[in-house]
Design a protein. Structure first.
Length: 612
């Protein structure tokens, strides 16, 4: 291997990233998700009769651009049979663009697919809920008003803080409409009688009946006050007008507030619309609504990568970026403080402008850069101590770290017969976030296996290792990603790379390397919860695999050199999603990832084996 050529390529890639930094120190890359955000946005614009024909046409073009050759929509490219919910979202949104009878040649196959697969009633919960909010699907007749969830005291067996942050934010605006069966319609609302079929079957809203049955615990908890729901929503609106910086929750909020009595011309609705307008990015000359722009996350990862590559901390690219991160450190108590009281704020969020929705992964990522600047100024020392204190306090009782909250993992909720209950309703510890937190604590905070916090986390990680030697990654795709997070975290804290439990994932990775030297894993892994190898390698997954091998192996192997060759020769990659939001529903292509992870893995490989 030509180590001088590798060094030169690392230098070139660092300069490419540096050239993309914004004036205020941040980086902006697109967070590209499936068409649900584009479809819901288009339906909302037409329902509210907002006069913006240009945006309507841009969203229409975006949705059509994601249509597969067979006329269907998919949430990942190799999804075998098309995705029913995604196809329904796209098909119906397109019907809003002008009055149609459903006979458009580009839509006929989608219509047939929807009808052949049982119609609207077989779509996922958020799709049916949004259709009901638009008067396109019948609300269920519920035994209780679901808004009771926001009226239950914390002493109740189940209360609003027992479900995850993201579930609360999505449920709240829906609950303003569901019990009274409210909906918003307009002259643009299409006729879907040809798709609806029989909606009277109990199974069409079985998930909600299963969930709400838990709340009907006692008559003493039956008082419903929708003002509590409204208060929750209002308290979670960010300065840009969005609900927790998410596009989908903001769209749902606009519907809920208008149904509750807010005029669409009111400042709160207009601010929300303005906030959504700033969440668009361009993808292949189309306009795409990001669900949650990844600015803070991307900036943290890039600064960490540049520092690992040897860019001095005093250079302006680092200091400007670090100052941006300082402005994003949170100072408010968010929902996380309910299960973690008496702890000062100090975490970071995912998107620029997040002020109350800290998460553990963004926090550990930001702290890496702050730690490297610790000796330069007192402001970084204060920031670092606040961040670390908050992160350590968020460790769950089981030893792991979750995404947003602490000990929000009630078995009763996670085991409900609801699709994706464990992923959507609760926020349990995950190997990926726990592994990356351990990697930070070991490499940056000086923690070892003797530290009680680390020891507890490591023991939990061993319990999560699966029989084939890998770990599941909740927020990425999927087993390559989870295994990379786990192995690098365990070794950083002192686990011997020769430990048999570390050698097993090494053997598994080498057995699943593609002929081109890379690795590829299908999103289907996340659906079936078993590794599904993909013959087409991706840059990001190859980088994760190589970084895992680098952390284990004392000397570079031929398989690793082959992976390096792949990363050096592949400058562009297909648009395969490697991020996960919700299993079998929401996957993400981070446009930053092919810039970040290959560079980071090449840096680690070079520093360990070739730099004298």
């Amino acid at each position: 291997m030509d180590w001088r050529g590798l060094e030169k390529e690392i230098y070139r890639r660092c300069n490419d990233l540096i050239s993309l930094q914004k004036q205020d120190g941040r980086w902006e890359f697109c967070f590209e998700n499936s068409i649900i955000t584009d479809a819901f946005m288009l339906m909302m614009i037409q329902t509210l009769e907002i006069k913006n024909e240009k945006l309507v046409l841009q969203l229409r073009d975006r949705i059509f651009s994601q249509q597969s050759n067979d006329g269907l929509w998919r949430i990942y490219p190799d999804e075998a049979d098309g995705n029913l919910s995604s196809t329904i979202q796209a098909y119906i949104a397109l019907l809003y663009t002008k009055k149609r009878d459903g006979n458009d040649t580009r839509l006929n196959r989608a219509k047939e697919f929807i009808m052949h697969n049982g119609g609207l009633k077989n779509s996922n919960l958020i799709t049916r809920a949004f259709l009901a909010m638009n008067g396109l699907y019948d609300w269920p007749s519920l035994p209780i008003d679901p808004a009771v969830l926001f009226s239950l005291p914390l002493t109740a067996p189940i209360n609003m803080y027992d479900i995850s942050t993201y579930a609360r934010a999505h449920f709240a605006p829906v609950f303003l409409m569901a019990y009274e069966k409210k909906s918003l319609t307009s002259i643009n609302t299409p006729d879907l009688s040809h798709l609806s079929g029989d909606q009277t079957e109990q199974s069409t809203w079985e998930e909600w009946h299963n969930l709400f049955a838990l709340f009907n615990i006692s008559e003493r908890y039956s008082r419903v006050n929708k003002q509590n729901v409204l208060t929750y929503i209002l308290n979670h609106i960010e300065s840009d007008g969005t609900l927790l910086s998410y596009a989908l929750t903001t769209i749902l909020m606009i519907y809920g507030l208008i149904a509750y009595g807010y005029d669409k011309s009111s400042s709160i609705i207009q601010n929300a619309l303005n906030g959504l307008s700033k969440m668009f990015c361009e993808v292949n000359r189309t306009k795409h609504l990001q669900n949650s722009p990844s600015t803070t996350w991307d900036t943290s990862l890039i600064l960490y990568t540049l520092q690992e590559a040897g860019v001095p901390s005093h250079q302006s690219v680092i200091t400007k970026g670090a100052y941006f991160l300082l402005t994003q450190q949170q100072k408010k108590h968010g929902d996380w403080s309910v299960h973690n009281p008496n702890v000062a704020p100090g975490g970071w969020g995912f998107s620029i402008g997040d002020t109350i929705n800290s998460d553990n992964d963004d926090t550990q990522a930001a702290l890496r850069t702050i730690r490297n600047l610790y000796e330069t100024h007192e402001v970084y020392q204060n920031s670092y101590h606040k961040g670390v204190s908050w992160l350590l306090s968020m460790q769950n009782n089981d030893g792991g770290w979750a995404a947003f909250e602490k000990n929000t993992n009630k078995h009763l909720l996670g085991s409900l017969p609801i699709i994706n209950a464990r992923d959507a309703l609760i926020d349990p510890s995950t190997p990926d976030i726990t592994g990356r937190t351990l990697e930070f604590l070991g490499h940056y905070h000086g923690c070892t296996l003797q530290d009680p916090i680390v020891k507890k986390a490591v023991n939990w990680m061993w319990d999560q290792q699966e029989k084939d030697g890998y770990w599941y990654g909740r927020w990425g795709i999927c087993y390559i990603y989870g295994t990379w997070s786990a192995v690098t975290g365990l070794i950083a804290c002192g686990v011997n790379p020769n430990d048999r439990r570390i050698q097993r994932p090494l053997e598994w990775l080498l057995a699943n390397q593609n002929d081109d030297g890379g690795w590829g894993e299908s999103c289907r892994s996340d659906v079936v919860r078993k590794f599904v190898r993909m013959p087409d390698s991706t840059l990001t997954q190859t980088a994760w695999a190589l970084d895992t091998l680098t952390s284990i192996c004392r000397q570079p192997t031929e398989q690793m050199k082959k992976a390096v060759t792949y990363l050096l020769s592949e400058q562009t990659n297909n648009a395969y999603p490697t991020g996960a939001g919700l299993s079998d529903a929401f996957y993400i292509r981070y446009h930053s990832y092919d810039h970040i992870w290959p560079l980071l893995s090449l840096v680690h490989f070079y520093k360990k084996y070739y730099r004298n």
